[in-house]
Design a protein around this ligand. Structure first.
Ligand SMILES: Cc1cc2nc3c(=O)[nH]c(=O)nc-3n(C[C@H](O)[C@H](O)[C@H](O)COP(=O)(O)OP(=O)(O)OC[C@H]3O[C@@H](n4cnc5c(N)ncnc54)[C@H](O)[C@@H]3O)c2cc1C
Length: 558
């Protein structure tokens, strides 16, 4: 691939990919989308917290990118002619995290956000250069904790992991102070009368102090959803931003539909909680679920899809002509077509004090964030599917022992062969067949577990502080309130799986039968793990999300 002005035979270095220099021809193409203007030394083009940040390309002069802190500022980089400013927040329309100061006078090309989106949607070469640099720059900001958020928490407090995970999954950089390791932080909190019950504390954009905030409060403080208009009728509302919903958003928005995605937590879905996906086409060495879905999130936004974060769909009004999705306590969003991509979540074992330890020893994901908490300890993984296998293999790299508990006699019926082989070959993983967890014990944090071997009813107690639950799948369909036909396990029935009785019960109004992914209501589709009969894989979720868009077009033209 020709990279900016590099000779064809030379691969760009990491720095060149982060801070590419554009050719004269590329700059000429950008200039047709925006305006050219002079800049004066000392002028602040962008400051921390600014909204609606324009995209600047340096024509002449120099611009410093600074990270202000009190009266001083750290220089991150100086942009010179041919280089452009900005990072991922420009595509998402979020506030600036840095200051851009003109250090030498000259000229810039300036594009507003809409002009930038038009550029990346229409110019494939520049899209690749700009999007790649934006994503890499955001990764650098995250790696250095150069954000506008400070989280003060403790590994003993369940909310801390949730808050860190929410920010990470949303690609939002933050600095973290651990109360268990930083005595000064505790003194500071004491002075503000913050008690242990208030932890985690989040200092948002330098001023607001949020005590054990919900994900919704964090999203509100960081204005993740500010630019979203909930009142106009959308061509398509997608519920759920896992792989299926994100794929539908990419295809829908790139094909000109006005798309809104509603996500109750953070983008990525179950795939976002996977340490490494090795069987998704095109990634022979594997890719973390977080990285795969972060790319999809950026891609959907690049094509103009809007993604509402930390807002759950609570009901679907499906009796009227234009459908409407009700969101938490907010206004219903009207839609001509709806794609349900709400996926599934792990079944919770019936342990009476389970909720007490969720996030404090009991986890439903195995990413580097959870792995960090149990380095050098013994852990339990519950489940015999691929996700449990993947978690066991991943955790075995850093823990002393992984106890895999499964109810069945073996893994052959539920897990891919490549994972079974890795488990068998790994001396750190001990498989306990016909076994289930029976008790959790601890004070604040999980300290001890007991499991029962069902073949002889013997109980074993173990000082284990970390349990990963990855078994069974419950579809997220409770919010639909029977609006669409469900199968006996609660998954959504679509296309040929709908019986004449299902269609009669829903008063199916058309002469044609439902399309392949269409539910018992015309124009309402179901894709991915939430759909009955779906194969629970990233690739099938992505495939279904993309092909559903073809049916949305057909319904629109009827
Ligand atoms: C740990 C783990 C590892 C895995 N590894 C692999 C692998 O290696 N290879 C593979 O192919 N598959 C793997 N899978 C399976 C794969 O991740 C899923 O099949 C895939 O994520 C399904 O995508 P989806 O979009 O249909 O649903 P999900 O990923 O479940 O996404 C659904 C989204 O909808 C949101 N949502 C739910 N209810 C609402 C609501 N009411 N309003 C708004 N939003 C809502 C959820 O928060 C979620 O973000 C793994 C799964 C897990 C958990």
């Amino acid at each position: 691939m020709p990279d900016t002005h590099l000779p064809l035979h030379r691969v760009a270095t990491a720095t060149e990919r982060l801070f590419p220099t554009l050719t004269a021809a590329q700059m000429a193409r950008i200039s047709t989308h925006g305006r050219r203007r002079k800049i004066a030394a000392g002028e602040i083009l962008v400051d921390v917290g600014d909204k609606a940040v324009p995209f600047f390309v340096v024509v002449s002069g120099a611009i410093q990118i600074l990270r202000p802190s009190g009266a001083t500022a750290t220089l991150i980089v100086t942009h010179r002619p041919g280089e452009f400013l900005g990072e991922g927040n420009m595509i998402a329309g979020r506030r600036a995290l840095i200051r851009a100061l003109v250090s030498e006078p000259g000229e810039v090309l300036e594009l507003d956000r809409q002009q930038l989106l038009a550029l990346v949607q229409t110019d494939a070469e520049l899209s690749e250069i700009v999007m790649r640099a934006f994503i890499l720059r955001r990764v650098e900001l995250i790696a250095h904790g150069f954000g506008d958020v400070v989280v003060i928490g403790s590994t003993h407090c369940a909310g801390t992991l949730r808050v860190k995970e929410f920010l990470t999954r949303n690609g939002h950089p933050f600095a973290y102070i651990d109360l268990d390791q930083d005595a000064a932080a505790q003194e500071l909190l004491d002075r503000f009368n913050v008690t242990a019950a208030d932890v985690p504390v989040l200092i948002c954009r330098g001023d607001a102090v949020l005590r054990n905030p919900s994900n919704q409060q964090i999203a509100d403080c960081l204005e993740f959803n500010e630019a979203i208009d909930q009142t106009h009728v959308r061509d398509l509302v997608i519920v759920g931003a896992g792989p299926a919903g994100l794929a539908a958003a990419v295809y829908g928005a790139s094909e000109g539909l006005d798309v809104l995605v509603i996500e109750s937590n953070a983008p990525g879905g179950q795939a976002g909680s996977s340490s490494k996906i090795e069987n998704y086409l095109g990634f022979p060495t594997g890719i973390s679920g977080q990285e795969l879905t972060a790319r999809a999130y950026a891609q959907a936004q690049k094509f103009g899809a809007q993604i509402m974060i930390a807002r759950g769909a609570t009901a679907l009004a499906c009796d009227q002509q234009a459908y409407a999705v009700r969101i938490d306590e907010g206004m219903p969003v009207p839609a001509r077509a709806v794609i349900i991509a709400t996926g599934a979540e792990y079944r919770k074992p019936p342990l009476e004090n389970l909720s007490q330890f969720e996030g404090a020893g009991v986890y439903y994901a195995a990413t580097p964030m959870e792995a960090q908490l149990c380095v050098g300890e013994e852990v339990v993984v519950i489940g015999g599917g691929n996700s449990a296998g993947q978690a066991a293999v991943f955790l075995a790299q850093t823990v002393t022992r992984v106890h895999m508990l499964i109810r069945a006699d073996g893994l052959a019926d539920t897990m891919s062969r490549y994972l079974i082989r890795r488990i068998e070959d790994n001396p750190a993983i001990v498989l306990h067949t016909r076994t289930e967890l029976v008790t959790l014990e601890g004070n604040g944090h999980l300290e001890r577990v007991r499991w029962r071997d069902n073949s002889n009813s013997s109980i074993e107690a173990r000082d284990v502080r970390h349990v990963f639950i990855m078994a069974g799948a419950v579809p997220n369909t409770h919010w639909l309130e029977r609006c669409v036909a469900l199968d006996d396990k609660g998954f959504i029935k679509t296309g040929p799986d709908l019986s004449p009785e299902d269609l009669a019960a829903a008063a199916w109004p058309l002469a044609r039968p439902p399309y392949l992914l269409e539910t018992s209501r015309p124009g309402i589709f179901a894709v991915g793990d939430v759909r009955g009969g779906n194969i629970k894989r990233v690739a099938s979720a992505v495939g279904e999300g993309s092909i559903a868009i073809a049916f949305v077009h057909q319904v629109r033209h009827q």
